[in-house]
Design a protein around this ligand. Structure first.
Ligand SMILES: [Zn+2]
Length: 188
């Protein structure tokens, strides 16, 4: 049996991990992802998932006449209970991200390539906190305006009310959003 060197996902030697074509997977409690919870619209009390399932895999691709290309394949999924911006009832939002990140040597090069766009690029020479990276990706995947595909409550009454007296009784959706954000950050 070969004794694979254990990799620490919170302080990953990402270059060694990818060169070894390593694999890691696990589960992190949602409660530890403060930034995700703050960026999400207020979570309702019972989120369907209490954790984030994740996996990481190092991929090395041979390049003829050059250094091999190194990539980190991440996968993470969870489900949050957010507030629907149409009916203000809880809505379950599933998040499932699968970024493929190219690794290069040196922060300058990583930044330069990242700015060119097209690919996520990271500096392979720095230790990587996979949990932070997973959290970043989940934040990017949050819906701008969470809402049900079909709201459980009929909205016709609200619309009729607006028509009847000729004024729009519905708050502007972004005003509601801003209000919820303020209320959400108050408690923290
Ligand atoms: Zn709804």
């Amino acid at each position: 049996m070969t004794s694979a060197r254990p990799f620490d996902p919170r302080r990953l030697d990402v270059q060694a991990f990818v060169l070894a074509q390593g694999q890691l997977q696990g589960e992190w409690p949602l409660a530890e992802m403060d930034r995700l919870q703050q960026d999400a619209l207020p979570l309702t009390m019972a989120s369907p998932a209490q954790s984030v399932l994740w996996s990481a895999q190092g991929e090395r691709r041979a390049v003829s006449g050059g250094e091999p290309e190194l990539r980190l394949r991440l996968q993470a999924r969870t489900a949050l209970s957010l507030v629907c911006q149409r009916c203000l009832q809880p809505v379950t939002v599933g998040l499932d991200v699968r970024p493929l990140i190219r690794l290069v040597r040196g922060e300058d090069l990583a930044q330069q390539l990242d700015e060119q766009g097209g690919e996520d690029v990271l500096d392979a020479s720095a230790a990587l906190d996979l949990r932070e990276l997973v959290e970043d990706e989940l934040i990017l995947a949050l819906p701008l305006v969470p809402r049900h595909d079909v709201c459980p409550l009929p909205l016709a009454q609200a619309d009729l009310g607006a028509d009847a007296d000729g004024t729009d009784t519905n708050a502007h959706p972004f005003a509601v959003l801003a209000l919820l954000r303020r209320e959400g950050s108050k408690g923290n």
